[in-house]
Design a protein around this ligand. Structure first.
Ligand code: CA
Length: 235
């Protein structure tokens, strides 16, 4: 069930919104002031906040600032008519939308749907993109552990994948074989031979490089170690 937190000091208005939104199938929590709004944000983890700017002595924008310290929850401001500067300031400081009072319930419903849809799309996008490192034609998906080069999937062992992903997470940074042993093999150089790294780099290059003798993705920095060339895909 989608949870909405309504922050409004006017009891009649809050009750109206609560009744309407409950009827629309939302789980509704009402807070009458900033402190209750913050408490409810932590305890109920709402999917959306409807936040009135006029909260008696308090300003809803200050409340949003504090909510933002706890959560990125999508937030819609309720604001008085004609307060254009308030609205612009509100959007600038991270509200997702605003509704001008007096509003129709149909408008409230439409705004909520639109903001939730946007938030859902962002979330889905985030889940797809976050684990994927992209460098030109080379895609390294840390979620599925798949590597694609020029649209073709490469067969890598789990160690080869771990080594490539580790290097690619810090493009252009040089790592010594000892450092790679420590981070990728999670052991110190005393227990594993650094030649293990050399051998895995060789196998990895055989799979991802067009010409393994002149690598463009994973290069050797003589006397230091290896690094991932992030702009190699452009060549
Ligand atoms: Ca109010």
């Amino acid at each position: 069930m989608t949870k909405i937190l309504v922050v409004e000091d006017d009891a009649d208005n809050a009750a109206l919104l609560e009744k309407f939104l409950t009827g629309e199938g939302f789980e509704v929590t009402v807070a009458g002031d900033g402190a209750s709004a913050l408490a409810a944000t932590s305890s109920t983890q709402p999917d959306l906040v409807l936040l009135d700017i006029g909260l008696g002595e308090e300003d809803g924008r200050d409340v949003l600032r504090e909510i933002r310290l706890l959560s990125d929850v999508p937030t819609i401001f309720l604001t008085g008519r004609g307060l254009e500067s308030e609205r612009v300031a509100g959007l600038k400081m991270g509200a997702d939308d605003y509704i001008v009072k007096p509003f129709s319930l149909a408008e409230v419903s439409a705004r909520i749907e639109s903001v939730l849809r946007r938030a859902g799309a962002n979330l889905a996008q985030h889940h797809i993109d976050a684990p994927t490192l992209r460098f030109g034609d080379l895609l390294i998906n840390e979620n599925t552990h798949e590597v694609h080069l020029n649209g073709e999937r490469l067969e890598l062992t789990s160690k080869e994948f771990a080594l490539l992903a580790f290097l690619a997470r810090s493009p252009r940074q040089v790592f010594s074989r000892e450092q790679l042993l420590e981070h990728v093999w999670e052991s110190s150089g005393e227990w594993q031979n650094a030649a293990t790294v050399t051998e895995h780099i060789r196998r990895l290059r055989a799979k991802i490089e067009t010409d393994p003798d002149h690598p463009r993705w994973i290069t050797t920095v003589r006397g230091v170690g290896y690094r991932f060339e992030s702009d190699a895909g452009a060549s």
